[in-house]
Design a protein around this ligand. Sequence first.
Ligand code: ZN
Length: 308
Amino acid sequence: MRVHSRRSFLKRALMLAPAALPLFPATAEASPQSTELEGVSDLHVHLEPDIRPRSDNALNYVRLCRQAKMRSVLLKSHIFPTFDLAYLIRQSVDFEVFGGLCLNRQYGIRAGVEAVRAALQCSGQYLRCVWLPTLDAVHQRGRGGIPVLDTYGRVLPEIVSIMELCAQEDIMLASGHSSPEESLILARKARETGLTKFVVTHANTAGWTHSADQVKRCLDAGAWMEYGYGWEFLRNGQDASRPCDRLVNYIRLAPERSFVMTDMGSPSLPHPLTGMRLCVRNLRESGLSPAHLSLVLKENPAALMKLS
Ligand SMILES: [Zn+2]
């Protein structure tokens, strides 16, 4: 499925949402004693600076995360690097903020090995994730997209080099907007290179929706599974009181190899911190056990960020 259809699906989903949508504050509010986000990490959140409006800027968001006693965050931008931004934010906020880079056209029309090599050496070394092409992925863009496989379906040499770099530094390589079929091939090759942190990106989200069988094959290939709460929230008409059983079912396939993030930051959605609060409550009320909740929101993301 191409992403333009995902976009129209998203638009439809928004139009189908009830007329009286719940109102969310522009910044996340919680009682000062609230500890529900203590120890939680969000490894996929979109903030400003960006080329499109976001519900907050990265600095303010990280300050709020610190107040909420969260453990860490990984800033994502499709366009700009965020590992250097993480370095700067850390000069004023004492918090485990990390960044990454998406291998889109800003780094060339083929995946940029040298961009990854340089990113690994940036001050502070806060690079924790390389996303394979997202907005410029072949699966999204079609012709003219940045390939990850050759015409025979083999992983391209530059992608293998990037896998080797990520393996050496023990950082995440995420499938980006690759198709489920491409992601499985990538996961298998990643394991061959010794990379232990290959992540299948938002496997529950339209455009990349994996069947249970596809998830199992990725897990067998040693991949981590990333699931986005934001998409489930949209599917449920932005009503967090409705159970998110679908997400719970995904998690239960392998909680020890999964994590949940918000993928929020769009101004049409709750502020990402509010989104994470809704995520915690929604998953708990949908029957996810405290042990599994802790794995997918605390322990696994912290391990992926190389936090002990
Ligand atoms: Zn995203």
